[in-house]
Design a protein around this ligand. Sequence first.
Ligand SMILES: [Zn+2]
Ligand SMILES: [Zn+2]
Length: 211
Amino acid sequence: MIRSWVAGAAVIALEVLLYLEYARLHGQFHYWLHGLIGAALGLAALATARLISRRRGDATIRPRVTPWEAAFVGHLYSALPDFLFLGGGVLHDYWMDVFAFHITAHFVPAPILTALALFLLALAGYALATTGRPRPIPTAAALGAGAVLAIVALIAAAPVPDDVQDLRSSPRLAWHVGDHTHGHAVGTPGAARSATTTPRECTTTTVGGGG
Ligand SMILES: [Zn+2]
Ligand SMILES: [Zn+2]
C-alpha cells in the first residue's frame, strides 16, 4: 500500500515538472496531447494484463504496477521524441510515429478532445477490469471503443506537413517555428536541419516569444 502511495506522489511530482518544462516552452498543447495519449496506452495495457491474470485466477502473473505508474510510463513513451529533441537535438521524423503516433497525433481532428476521449475510455476499461468480479465483455468494449476511435482519428488525420512553409502554416505546430525550424520539423531533413541552431538556444529564443 505504502509503495503505491509513494509511487503516486512521485508520478504527480514528475508530471508537474514535465508540465512546467513544456509550459516554459509554450508547449502546453503537446504536454496534454502526448500525455493523454500515452496515459491511455499505459492504462489500456495494464487493464488488458489485469483482465488476463484475473481470468486465469493466477495472482502470480498479476502485474503489481499501479495505474498511475502505467499511465506515467505510457506518457514517457509517447513523449520520447520531445525528450530526444530537448535533450539531444534529435529532430522529429516520420518514423517517430512508433511512439504512440507522436507525429500524426498533431493532425487528427480535435486532437486534445480525441486524446481525452482515448484516456477516459482506457480509464473506464481499467476500472472495469480491476474492480469487482472480472467483466471481460464491458472491459473489451471500452478498450475496443478506444482502439476504434484511435483508428478513425488516424484515418481522418490531415496530412503531415513535409516542408518548412507547410509547417509554418500548421497552427498546431506554428509555436515550433520562428525564424527557423526545429523539434517537430519532419520530412525534409535537409531543410529542417540546415535551419536549426542548438536545441536549447532554439527553444528559448523562438518559441512564442518566450526568449
Ligand atoms: Zn507534440
Ligand atoms: Zn513532439
